[in-house]
Design a protein around this ligand. Structure first.
Ligand SMILES: *[C@@H]1O[C@H](CO)[C@@H](O)[C@H](O)[C@H]1NC(C)=O
Length: 141
């Protein structure tokens, strides 16, 4: 092999390697949107990650993003506390805000980040993918 051929071969090999590493991950961003609850505490955690207690009021939201390897089944559990002004927990709900079922519903993609939206109002928890519209009720308070 001439030098040029050798370098070309190495370049192709490197690009192929980079491609397989990049494409082995999917990216997600999960949003928690408070539409109606004046004092909402959301505690999101996974096996490796604890986002801590977030306090939201009406029209506030927060989000986080992560990558997961193909075949991984990342699970984020959300604990939601509806706090009246006196800060005594009135209602508490917990469910998986992200798992393999939610990932499927968000629309999985190797080329773009998938978005998962959870909207909270005084009825319950609504899910939508990609664009925050067409929310569907999934869990009640
Ligand atoms: C998060 O808030 C809830 C509801 O007030 C409370 O029960 C819990 O102890 C808090 N957790 C932390 C880590 O502060």
């Amino acid at each position: 092999m001439g030098h040029t051929t050798k370098y070309l071969f190495l370049l192709v090999l490197t690009l192929y390697h980079a491609y397989t590493v990049i494409s082995a991950f999917e990216q997600f961003r999960v949003y928690i949107m408070d539409a109606q609850v004046r004092n909402l505490v959301a505690h999101i955690s996974s096996k490796n990650n604890d986002l801590g207690n977030k306090t939201l009021t009406i029209n506030q939201e927060f989000s986080w993003e992560f990558r997961e390897a193909i075949g991984d089944s990342t699970v984020f559990v959300g604990q939601f506390f509806w706090m009246p002004p006196d800060n005594i927990v009135a209602k508490e709900v917990h469910f998986n805000v992200f798992d393999s079922d939610v990932a499927r519903k968000c629309g999985q993609s190797l080329i773009k980040k998938s978005q998962c939206y959870w909207l909270v109002n005084d009825i319950g928890f609504y899910f939508a993918k990609d664009k925050p519209k067409n929310f569907a009720l999934v869990y009640n308070w």
